[in-house]
Design a protein. Structure first.
Length: 336
């Protein structure tokens, strides 16, 4: 099908990005250019978002050049997309340079740079930008701004400021939004304020895997493993992302029966080759005295992290298998 004008092309390109097909959006853009249509601001914003989705920094830089050639350097929507694209590709210096060059950044641009900082684990900088934004005339944070800020506060363990931001969310009338509420659950849990996390969770009309996993992670962090397993059993829909946290709780209790049930459920759901889940399984079976089974999982793992190695080595140590411990330690040192 050939579309008659650039508006139609832009609508289709934007639509495919929104439904999660960025590669086809880029194909449509190429066809549009081949047919002699010039991209407008909406087109460029969409293809930059497509580059962001597929993590293609080189192609995104190419579209940045197109933005400059076509005189869209002061288009806040496009610049916001570029900031997001650079931030998600861990090129924060380029993202910050773009933001600093903007004459009048709007709330969306501020949110993009705060998100980029948070994603790069520059949490203190993200908070500084948020408070600076909050002090400007008419720049109101939206739900995405608050989500990024709460992530920064949670990872920094700053519960007092987290409560202040929570109050601002209430004032802004954003309570009840699943994205914001899930971020609040996560923030309180990471700060060790599990009762605050539970209160927000209890008030949520709709819950997603982020809110469930955040709450369970908070209880895991506090060593309340029984509560994690109880919560898991009340879930109607279980996301694969949850299993690592639940297995960690089973390992903390050395609850072999519960751990086996969760393991079987994970396999039935099609789970496979997840380093967090597999590390938790190694830890579980090792702590329950089944170090041979733990070692089978360990040997089959394509990717191992420090948790995996420590769990396996500790499992051998506590079960009196010194030779295996030395062998595994030797393998570990060869990978370091």
């Amino acid at each position: 099908m050939v579309y008659k004008d650039v508006v139609a092309w832009s609508s289709m390109i934007t639509g495919y990005v929104r439904v999660g097909n960025p590669n086809y959006s880029l194909e449509l853009y190429t066809k549009m250019i081949d047919l002699g249509f010039d991209p407008n601001g909406f087109t460029l914003s969409a293809v930059i978002k497509a580059c962001c989705e597929i993590r293609d920094l080189k192609l995104g830089c190419g579209f940045h050049c197109v933005v400059i050639r076509r005189g869209f350097e002061e288009n806040n929507v496009i610049i916001s997309s570029l900031i997001d694209m650079y931030g998600k590709n861990y090129d924060f210096s380029s993202a910050l340079k773009l933001f600093d060059e903007m004459p009048k950044p709007d709330a969306v641009c501020w949110t993009s740079v705060i998100s980029a900082l948070t994603r790069n684990e520059l949490h203190e900088e993200a908070l500084r930008f948020f408070y600076t934004m909050h002090r400007r005339n008419g720049l109101l944070p939206d739900l995405f701004t608050f989500g990024s800020v709460l992530t920064a506060l949670g990872n920094s363990g700053r519960s007092r400021q987290g409560r202040e931001v929570h109050a601002k969310i209430v004032t802004a009338g954003l309570c009840g939004n699943v994205v914001v509420d899930s971020s609040l659950v996560d923030m309180y849990a990471k700060c060790g304020v599990v009762d605050g996390s539970q209160r927000v969770f209890d008030r949520m009309d709709k819950r997603n895997s982020v809110s469930w996993c955040a709450l369970m992670g908070g209880y895991c962090q506090k060593g309340e493993f029984d509560t994690v397993i109880e919560l898991f059993r009340t879930m109607e829909e279980v996301d694969l992302y949850i299993f690592g946290t639940v297995l960690r709780a089973c390992a903390g209790l050395a609850a072999l029966k519960s751990g086996k049930e969760v393991h079987c459920q994970y396999l039935r759901r099609g789970g496979w080759r997840d380093v967090i889940v597999e590390s938790a399984l190694v830890d579980l079976y090792a702590k329950c005295g089944f170090d041979n089974y733990a070692y089978v999982i360990f040997r089959q793992m394509k990717v191992r992290n420090s948790v995996t190695w420590n769990s396996m080595i500790s499992g051998f140590a506590q079960n009196g298998k010194g030779s295996n411990l030395l062998k595994t330690a030797a393998i570990s040192s060869s990978f370091s």
